[in-house]
Ligand binder design. Sequence first.
Ligand code: ZDP
Length: 278
Amino acid sequence: MKFKFSKWHGLGNDFVIVNGLTEKIDNYQQMAIEVCDRHFGVGADGLVVLLPSDIADFQMRIFNSDGSEAEMCGNVTRCMARFVYDSGLTTKTKITLETKAGIIKPELLFIDGVLDTIRVDMGQPRLKRCEIPMKGNESEKVINELLVVKQADYHITCVSMGNPHCILFVEDLENTNLSVIGPMIETHDTFPKKINVEFVQVMSKQKLRMRVWERGAGITMACGTGACATLVAAVLNGVADRLAIVELDGGELLIEWGLDNHIYMSGPATEVFRGEYL
Ligand code: ZDP
Protein backbone atom coordinates (compact mmCIF):
# COMPACT_ATOMS: atom_id res chain seq x y z
CA MET A 1 0.00 0.00 0.00
CA LYS A 2 1.82 3.08 -1.30
CA PHE A 3 1.17 6.54 0.08
CA LYS A 4 2.73 9.99 -0.23
CA PHE A 5 4.04 11.64 2.92
CA SER A 6 5.84 14.75 4.16
CA LYS A 7 8.50 14.78 6.84
CA TRP A 8 8.22 17.65 9.34
CA HIS A 9 9.65 18.65 12.71
CA GLY A 10 8.93 21.11 15.47
CA LEU A 11 12.27 21.77 17.28
CA GLY A 12 13.54 18.30 16.31
CA ASN A 13 10.35 16.52 17.43
CA ASP A 14 9.76 14.83 14.08
CA PHE A 15 6.72 13.44 12.32
CA VAL A 16 5.61 11.71 9.16
CA ILE A 17 2.52 13.64 8.01
CA VAL A 18 0.07 11.94 5.64
CA ASN A 19 -2.77 13.74 3.89
CA GLY A 20 -5.57 11.29 4.66
CA LEU A 21 -7.89 13.31 2.40
CA THR A 22 -6.14 11.69 -0.58
CA GLU A 23 -3.86 8.90 0.82
CA LYS A 24 -5.29 5.67 2.26
CA ILE A 25 -3.67 3.68 5.12
CA ASP A 26 -5.42 0.53 6.44
CA ASN A 27 -3.94 0.17 9.94
CA TYR A 28 -2.64 3.43 11.44
CA GLN A 29 -1.19 1.84 14.60
CA GLN A 30 0.76 -0.78 12.66
CA MET A 31 1.90 1.76 10.04
CA ALA A 32 3.09 4.14 12.80
CA ILE A 33 5.42 1.46 14.18
CA GLU A 34 6.73 0.66 10.68
CA VAL A 35 7.13 4.19 9.29
CA CYS A 36 8.64 5.66 12.50
CA ASP A 37 11.40 3.03 12.70
CA ARG A 38 14.69 4.91 12.23
CA HIS A 39 16.34 1.99 10.41
CA PHE A 40 13.63 0.07 8.59
CA GLY A 41 11.23 3.01 8.05
CA VAL A 42 11.33 6.77 7.43
CA GLY A 43 12.24 7.47 11.08
CA ALA A 44 10.13 9.78 13.28
CA ASP A 45 8.66 10.26 16.75
CA GLY A 46 5.16 9.86 15.34
CA LEU A 47 2.77 9.43 12.41
CA VAL A 48 0.09 12.08 11.92
CA VAL A 49 -2.87 11.75 9.59
CA LEU A 50 -4.89 14.72 8.32
CA LEU A 51 -8.61 13.90 7.94
CA PRO A 52 -11.86 15.74 7.21
CA SER A 53 -13.87 17.11 10.15
CA ASP A 54 -17.55 17.91 10.72
CA ILE A 55 -16.77 20.32 13.55
CA ALA A 56 -13.54 22.06 12.50
CA ASP A 57 -11.53 23.00 9.41
CA PHE A 58 -9.64 19.72 9.64
CA GLN A 59 -9.11 16.76 11.98
CA MET A 60 -5.81 15.11 12.87
CA ARG A 61 -4.97 11.77 14.47
CA ILE A 62 -1.59 11.33 16.20
CA PHE A 63 0.18 8.01 16.64
CA ASN A 64 3.36 7.62 18.72
CA SER A 65 6.28 5.59 17.35
CA ASP A 66 5.13 2.60 19.46
CA GLY A 67 1.77 2.68 17.66
CA SER A 68 -0.22 4.10 20.58
CA GLU A 69 -2.66 6.91 19.76
CA ALA A 70 -2.32 10.25 21.57
CA GLU A 71 -5.23 12.55 22.28
CA MET A 72 -3.37 15.78 21.60
CA CYS A 73 -0.04 17.23 20.61
CA GLY A 74 1.66 20.56 20.39
CA ASN A 75 4.57 20.46 17.95
CA VAL A 76 2.49 18.64 15.33
CA THR A 77 -0.20 21.32 15.52
CA ARG A 78 2.24 23.96 14.32
CA CYS A 79 3.48 21.64 11.55
CA MET A 80 -0.09 20.84 10.46
CA ALA A 81 -1.13 24.50 10.31
CA ARG A 82 1.75 25.19 7.95
CA PHE A 83 1.23 21.94 5.99
CA VAL A 84 -2.38 22.73 5.06
CA TYR A 85 -1.47 26.34 4.17
CA ASP A 86 1.68 25.52 2.16
CA SER A 87 -0.07 22.70 0.28
CA GLY A 88 -3.00 24.96 -0.63
CA LEU A 89 -5.57 22.95 1.31
CA THR A 90 -6.63 26.28 2.86
CA THR A 91 -5.92 30.00 2.40
CA LYS A 92 -6.71 30.62 6.08
CA THR A 93 -3.79 31.63 8.32
CA LYS A 94 -5.86 30.82 11.43
CA ILE A 95 -7.52 27.38 11.42
CA THR A 96 -9.37 25.05 13.76
CA LEU A 97 -8.11 21.50 14.23
CA GLU A 98 -10.19 18.70 15.71
CA THR A 99 -8.23 16.29 17.95
CA LYS A 100 -9.28 13.56 20.36
CA ALA A 101 -8.94 16.11 23.16
CA GLY A 102 -10.99 18.88 21.53
CA ILE A 103 -10.45 21.71 19.08
CA ILE A 104 -7.20 23.67 18.99
CA LYS A 105 -6.51 26.86 17.08
CA PRO A 106 -3.15 27.47 15.44
CA GLU A 107 -2.38 30.76 13.69
CA LEU A 108 0.44 31.53 11.25
CA LEU A 109 1.91 34.95 12.14
CA PHE A 110 3.70 36.85 9.36
CA ILE A 111 6.00 39.90 9.48
CA ASP A 112 6.29 41.75 6.16
CA GLY A 113 4.82 38.73 4.39
CA VAL A 114 7.38 36.32 5.85
CA LEU A 115 6.23 33.62 8.30
CA ASP A 116 7.59 34.61 11.73
CA THR A 117 6.08 32.09 14.12
CA ILE A 118 3.04 29.88 14.71
CA ARG A 119 0.95 30.70 17.79
CA VAL A 120 -1.49 28.07 19.05
CA ASP A 121 -4.42 28.43 21.41
CA MET A 122 -3.93 25.06 23.18
CA GLY A 123 -7.09 25.36 25.27
CA GLN A 124 -7.37 25.22 29.04
CA PRO A 125 -5.17 23.06 31.29
CA ARG A 126 -7.01 20.32 33.20
CA LEU A 127 -5.82 19.86 36.77
CA LYS A 128 -8.17 17.47 38.54
CA ARG A 129 -6.73 14.03 39.28
CA CYS A 130 -9.56 12.35 37.30
CA GLU A 131 -8.75 14.54 34.27
CA ILE A 132 -5.04 13.60 34.13
CA PRO A 133 -6.06 10.67 34.66
CA MET A 134 -4.49 9.55 37.93
CA LYS A 135 -5.82 7.19 40.60
CA GLY A 136 -6.99 8.63 43.94
CA ASN A 137 -9.36 11.37 45.09
CA GLU A 138 -11.01 12.48 41.82
CA SER A 139 -11.32 16.25 42.28
CA GLU A 140 -7.99 16.90 43.96
CA LYS A 141 -5.14 18.69 42.15
CA VAL A 142 -1.71 17.04 42.09
CA ILE A 143 0.82 19.75 43.05
CA ASN A 144 4.26 18.91 44.52
CA GLU A 145 2.89 15.56 45.69
CA LEU A 146 5.14 12.74 46.88
CA LEU A 147 5.33 9.67 44.62
CA VAL A 148 7.54 6.82 45.82
CA VAL A 149 8.93 4.64 43.04
CA LYS A 150 11.25 1.77 43.87
CA GLN A 151 12.01 3.33 47.32
CA ALA A 152 12.96 6.67 45.71
CA ASP A 153 10.97 9.85 46.48
CA TYR A 154 9.77 12.07 43.63
CA HIS A 155 7.73 15.24 44.06
CA ILE A 156 5.35 15.49 41.12
CA THR A 157 2.87 17.97 39.66
CA CYS A 158 0.39 16.63 37.10
CA VAL A 159 -1.33 18.56 34.31
CA SER A 160 -3.44 17.42 31.35
CA MET A 161 -3.32 19.38 28.11
CA GLY A 162 -5.73 16.82 26.70
CA ASN A 163 -2.87 14.35 27.05
CA PRO A 164 -1.31 13.52 30.42
CA HIS A 165 1.85 15.09 31.86
CA CYS A 166 3.84 14.52 35.06
CA ILE A 167 6.34 17.29 35.89
CA LEU A 168 9.36 16.93 38.20
CA PHE A 169 11.53 19.90 39.20
CA VAL A 170 15.22 18.95 39.47
CA GLU A 171 18.36 20.81 40.61
CA ASP A 172 20.72 19.30 38.02
CA LEU A 173 19.00 18.38 34.76
CA GLU A 174 22.16 17.43 32.88
CA ASN A 175 22.85 14.68 35.46
CA THR A 176 19.27 13.41 35.70
CA ASN A 177 18.86 9.97 34.14
CA LEU A 178 15.71 10.23 32.00
CA SER A 179 16.07 6.73 30.55
CA VAL A 180 15.80 5.19 34.03
CA ILE A 181 13.30 7.45 35.80
CA GLY A 182 11.17 8.26 32.70
CA PRO A 183 9.78 4.77 31.95
CA MET A 184 9.32 4.01 35.67
CA ILE A 185 6.95 6.96 36.04
CA GLU A 186 5.41 6.67 32.52
CA THR A 187 4.19 3.15 33.35
CA HIS A 188 3.48 3.63 37.09
CA ASP A 189 0.12 2.01 37.88
CA THR A 190 -1.20 5.22 39.42
CA PHE A 191 -1.50 6.47 35.78
CA PRO A 192 -4.12 4.27 34.03
CA LYS A 193 -3.36 5.77 30.57
CA LYS A 194 0.38 6.03 31.26
CA ILE A 195 1.90 9.53 31.17
CA ASN A 196 4.49 11.84 29.57
CA VAL A 197 7.27 12.82 32.03
CA GLU A 198 8.91 16.27 32.05
CA PHE A 199 12.13 17.02 33.99
CA VAL A 200 12.51 20.75 34.65
CA GLN A 201 15.32 22.96 35.94
CA VAL A 202 14.21 26.50 36.78
CA MET A 203 16.72 29.00 35.32
CA SER A 204 14.62 32.07 36.25
CA LYS A 205 10.92 33.06 36.52
CA GLN A 206 11.00 33.67 32.75
CA LYS A 207 13.11 30.69 31.67
CA LEU A 208 12.62 26.96 32.27
CA ARG A 209 14.97 24.25 30.94
CA MET A 210 13.04 21.03 30.21
CA ARG A 211 13.84 17.55 28.94
CA VAL A 212 11.11 15.02 28.21
CA TRP A 213 10.46 11.30 28.34
CA GLU A 214 7.41 10.94 26.09
CA ARG A 215 4.70 8.33 26.55
CA GLY A 216 4.97 5.92 23.64
CA ALA A 217 8.09 7.54 22.17
CA GLY A 218 10.84 7.81 24.84
CA ILE A 219 13.27 10.76 24.88
CA THR A 220 12.42 13.33 22.19
CA MET A 221 14.05 16.66 21.30
CA ALA A 222 10.91 18.61 22.24
CA CYS A 223 7.29 18.23 23.35
CA GLY A 224 4.83 21.07 22.84
CA THR A 225 2.09 19.88 25.17
CA GLY A 226 4.87 19.04 27.63
CA ALA A 227 6.18 22.61 27.46
CA CYS A 228 2.65 23.95 28.11
CA ALA A 229 2.19 21.57 31.06
CA THR A 230 5.62 22.58 32.38
CA LEU A 231 4.70 26.27 32.43
CA VAL A 232 1.41 25.51 34.21
CA ALA A 233 3.20 23.36 36.81
CA ALA A 234 5.85 26.03 37.36
CA VAL A 235 3.19 28.71 37.96
CA LEU A 236 1.27 26.39 40.32
CA ASN A 237 4.51 25.85 42.29
CA GLY A 238 5.26 29.59 42.36
CA VAL A 239 8.55 29.31 40.43
CA ALA A 240 7.60 31.00 37.14
CA ASP A 241 5.60 33.90 35.69
CA ARG A 242 2.61 33.20 33.43
CA LEU A 243 4.76 34.03 30.38
CA ALA A 244 8.08 32.22 30.02
CA ILE A 245 10.52 30.59 27.61
CA VAL A 246 10.73 26.81 27.81
CA GLU A 247 14.12 25.69 26.52
CA LEU A 248 14.10 22.13 25.16
CA ASP A 249 16.90 19.99 23.65
CA GLY A 250 15.72 21.06 20.19
CA GLY A 251 15.16 24.78 20.87
CA GLU A 252 12.84 27.27 22.58
CA LEU A 253 9.06 27.70 22.84
CA LEU A 254 7.30 30.76 24.22
CA ILE A 255 4.45 29.70 26.51
CA GLU A 256 1.81 31.96 28.00
CA TRP A 257 -0.97 31.14 30.52
CA GLY A 258 -3.52 33.76 29.50
CA LEU A 259 -5.94 35.50 31.86
CA ASP A 260 -8.65 33.69 29.85
CA ASN A 261 -7.14 30.50 31.38
CA HIS A 262 -6.04 29.36 27.89
CA ILE A 263 -2.45 28.29 27.18
CA TYR A 264 -0.76 29.92 24.16
CA MET A 265 2.28 28.22 22.60
CA SER A 266 4.48 29.96 20.00
CA GLY A 267 7.26 28.39 17.96
CA PRO A 268 8.47 27.17 14.55
CA ALA A 269 7.59 24.31 12.22
CA THR A 270 9.81 22.98 9.45
CA GLU A 271 9.20 20.72 6.46
CA VAL A 272 12.32 18.64 5.67
CA PHE A 273 11.39 16.41 2.69
CA ARG A 274 8.56 14.66 0.84
CA GLY A 275 8.41 11.07 -0.36
CA GLU A 276 6.41 8.00 -1.23
CA TYR A 277 6.23 5.11 1.19
CA LEU A 278 6.30 1.86 -0.80
O1 ZDP B 1 0.71 12.12 24.81
C1 ZDP B 1 1.52 11.45 24.16
O2 ZDP B 1 1.47 10.21 24.06
C2 ZDP B 1 2.63 12.20 23.44
N1 ZDP B 1 3.78 11.32 23.31
C3 ZDP B 1 2.09 12.64 22.12
C4 ZDP B 1 3.03 13.49 21.32
C5 ZDP B 1 3.10 14.86 21.89
C6 ZDP B 1 3.98 15.78 21.07
N2 ZDP B 1 5.36 15.43 21.24
C7 ZDP B 1 3.79 17.23 21.48
O3 ZDP B 1 4.53 18.06 20.94
O4 ZDP B 1 2.91 17.55 22.26
C8 ZDP B 1 3.68 15.67 19.61
